[in-house]
Design a binder for this molecule. Structure first.
Ligand SMILES: [Zn+2]
Length: 283
């Protein structure tokens, strides 16, 4: 009996040591990690909060998302806490099907747009079958991703009837301390100018440029309010849309932004402690 107590005591000491080690070297890092993944033509952003919550905003067009997640997540980590779909176009939604099939997903959010994309129907069915929590988002919703990390939804105000899913696209601002990331999805000029008119605080160190750098987005009036230090463009080399447009690149440079593109820089990674922002670089 005495011997058992001795082992129990040693076990408790070991547990305390492991917890202390984690606090000192692991959980104590207090860094938010932000990745613009290289999924060719499309969008996929992966965020890991200081306490390890993982969020995926869009999933690119296809299975390439699994390869990209494999580069930044440990092999034993098979869960993602939250997925946000900005709008149901294949180049943002297609890869999420693969993610839902291969990872345990805690919650799924989108605007509930019933745009007629077959893969979106499949997504909704998987969400139902796997009993994943589902919520629609709208302007003003503030999602706490961690104690000090929030994602504020800026658009859409309410769902409008339109043949163009970009009219109901989710724009959100990720904030940790003094550092902000503006995630535009495929927002176009109309949405940008509405945000300017609303008088929202758009100032952000990092701008995920709307609609793959197309000339429909990144209006100078809007960029004046964002004042981005970094502009990120997700695009494949030699895409058939001619993205990014030269006029957009010129506008971003004129606004003082340093431009990073997935077709040139591959994965683009940032780390921040809420005070300063570090560009880790491509992989
Ligand atoms: Zn789109």
């Amino acid at each position: 009996m005495k011997k058992n107590f001795k082992y129990l005591f040693i076990l408790i000491l070991l547990i305390i040591a492991v917890l202390a080690w984690n606090e000192a070297f692991g959980l104590g890092e207090d860094k938010l990690k932000f990745y613009m993944l290289d999924i060719e033509q499309g969008d996929a952003i992966f965020i890991e909060t200081p306490s390890g919550n993982q969020i995926l905003v869009d999933g690119g067009p296809d299975r390439r998302i699994l390869e990209e997640l494999g580069k930044i997540m440990p092999f034993y980590d098979r869960s993602i806490d939250l997925i946000i779909l900005t709008h149901p176009h294949l180049d943002h939604a297609g890869g999420l099907l693969e993610v839902l099939k291969n990872y345990n997903v805690g919650e799924f959010m989108d605007v509930g747009d019933s745009y007629n994309l077959a893969e979106y129907g499949e997504l909704k069915k998987l969400i139902e079958d796997k009993k994943i929590k589902y919520e629609t988002v709208h302007r003003g919703l503030k999602i706490y991703l961690d104690r000090e990390v929030s994602l504020l939804v800026l658009t859409p105000e309410k769902l409008i009837k339109s043949d163009n899913p970009h009219d109901n696209n989710v724009v959100s601002r990720l904030s940790y301390g003094k550092i902000d990331f503006l995630l535009m999805g495929d927002a176009e000029k109309g949405e940008e100018l509405r945000l300017v008119q609303e008088g929202d605080n758009l100032e952000s160190e990092v701008l995920k440029v709307g609609h793959h750098g197309s000339k429909t987005s990144s209006n100078p009036l809007f960029l004046e309010k964002v004042k981005p230090e970094y502009a990120l463009i997700s695009v494949s080399a030699k895409n058939r849309y001619g993205h990014p447009a030269q006029i957009t690149l010129d506008n971003l440079l004129a606004a003082g932004a340093k431009i990073f593109r997935t077709d040139i820089d591959s994965i683009i990674e940032f780390k921040t402690d809420g005070n300063s922002l570090t560009l880790v670089g491509g992989k």
